[in-house]
Design a protein around this ligand. Structure first.
Ligand code: NGQ
Ligand code: ZN
Length: 469
């Protein structure tokens, strides 16, 4: 059999570090997947990696184009809110075409790899031309993202978003929202078309933009439509497609939902949709205690985006109650005001410390390391939100790994029980040295093989786009 072997002193297998591990990787039939991960082995044939090897993280929520406007919406003086940020974002979104999106996303995805992400769930709604007319190929913008992920080398879960109305009252899309729109049939056609392209590093799910943007009957029709689609042979484990939705991010949305649907957003969704482990509820910031417990019990993933949620002034997710109820979480960099596994997990914990005036809020006596607790949960939740088969280095998983820089002074005197805590709470200069996705190296010694060309193209595109801001 065609295999490769790698050895490291400390490899994260089955949710924690194991010592002296040899990883055997399939190079044949299930190329890029782990065949075996044997602890207590001796260094023999095969490549010896750095001392600490961890699974790659899933970035479960991305709007790639927004990376190019990072820093352009931080000027105040107008009683700024999420909604005024959204106007700035819409103005920017209106200028982004397919080649621009390809250039921005490729650069962004390299930055994600360097941050320790090996899979991205792209919540994609810039479907059409700015006036709402479809491109000659209606999948053109989606395909730009597929190209970008392939050129960067990151795994992609593409989530085309259904976007039909401008609010809970069913008002039509505003002028600036027109390019986001689909009817149900056109949307399902796009999904089928993209599914035909699935591979070991590319799968398709769906996104419902939000309860504001998707009427109840359309939501039902789309869920029914995808349940009738045959499982695609090429996709990873994803017999069932992931379903993502933005929910309860802002108080205004909770109020509108109460006024028009007589229920809070998470409450309404749990009552009207078959929410289960296939689902990812992005943000879910504003929940009552009962909603928090009920969401945790569904097995759905709460898609938390701490740096964007802080940047947009969303509010704080009820993390402690949700984790205590066994809820699944994952992390996303969303608007890409920051692209950093470290920052997302650190701020997830720090937000809680600041309001509760306690320390190590996410840890428990069974799982005393705060960093490991969050890292473990985000790996599992992220993998689930991406359709499965990721997030661990156990046999059968896709081989997505990160080698930490064990020459970094920061890791001096650290042993496995405190390596993840040190990385996440103190690692500002990146400790992500090498990154492999599906058995292929894409970052080696902190560099991507094609980074000069890709960053030059990004610069040219963004210099033009930013001129209008
Ligand atoms: C988005 N982003 O779709 O890009 C949203 C803003 C909205 C975040 N919520 C637009 N972070 O929710 O209507
Ligand atoms: Zn979002």
């Amino acid at each position: 059999m065609d295999v490769s072997r790698y050895f490291s002193e400390h490899v994260w297998v089955n949710s924690g570090f194991a010592a002296d591990v040899t990883l055997q990787v399939d190079r044949g039939g299930a190329a890029g997947h782990v065949l075996s991960a044997d602890a207590g082995s001796t260094r023999d044939a095969g490549e010896t990696l750095g001392r600490y090897v961890v699974p790659g993280m899933t970035n479960l929520h991305s709007h790639a184009f927004q990376r190019a406007m990072a820093g352009l919406a931080e000027r105040g003086g107008n009683d700024d809110t999420f909604w005024s940020w959204r106007e700035v974002m819409y103005a920017f979104a209106g200028r982004v075409g397919p080649d621009d999106l390809r250039a921005i996303a490729t650069q962004l995805y390299i930055e994600m790899l360097k941050a320790g992400y090996t899979q991205v769930c792209e919540f994609h709604y810039l479907h059409h031309q700015p006036d709402g007319t479809p491109y000659a190929d209606p999948a053109e913008m989606s395909l730009a993202l597929v190209d970008a992920a392939r050129d960067a080398g990151i795994g992609l879960t593409l989530l085309p978003a259904l976007y039909m109305t401008g609010g809970f009252d069913g008002r039509p899309l505003s002028e600036r929202q027109r390019r986001f729109g689909h009817d149900v049939d056109g949307f399902l056609r796009l999904i089928e078309r993209l599914r035909a392209l699935e591979s070991a590093t590319f799968n398709v799910g769906i996104a419902l933009h939000s309860l504001r943007a998707v009427p109840a009957d359309a939501m039902r029709a789309v869920l029914e439509g995808i349940s009738g689609m045959p499982a695609s042979a090429a996709s990873r484990e994803a017999a069932q497609m992931p379903v993502h939705i933005h929910v309860a991010e802002q108080i205004g949305e909770v109020q509108d939902c109460l006024a028009l649907r007589n229920a809070r957003p998470v409450e309404w969704l749990l009552d009207h949709a078959p929410v289960d482990s296939r689902w990812c509820l992005v943000h879910a910031t504003h929940m009552t205690d009962a909603e928090t417990r009920q969401l945790a019990a569904t097995g759905a993933v709460a898609g938390l985006c701490p740096t964007t949620e802080a940047n947009l002034g969303d509010g704080l997710f009820p993390l402690k109650a949700y984790l205590d109820a066994g809820g699944a979480i994952g992390i996303g960099s969303d608007s890409h005001i920051s692209v950093s596994v470290v920052e997302e997990l650190r701020w997830l914990e720090y937000g809680q410390r600041l309001v509760t005036k306690h320390r190590n809020v996410s840890a428990s006596s069974r799982s005393p390391s705060t960093g490991e607790t969050l890292f473990r949960r985000a790996l599992a939740g992220g993998a689930s939100a991406a359709g499965g088969g990721l997030g661990d280095l156990r046999p059968g998983a896709r081989l997505d790994l990160v080698v930490l820089d064990d020459h970094a002074p920061l890791l001096a005197g650290r042993a496995p029980p405190n390596v993840i805590d040190t990385w996440l709470f103190a690692g500002n200069a990146s400790l992500v040295r090498d990154v492999m996705v599906a058995g292929e190296w894409h970052i080696r010694a902190f560099r991507h093989r094609d980074e000069e060309r890709i960053s030059a193209r990004y610069r040219a595109v963004v210099e033009r786009l930013a001129q209008g801001s």
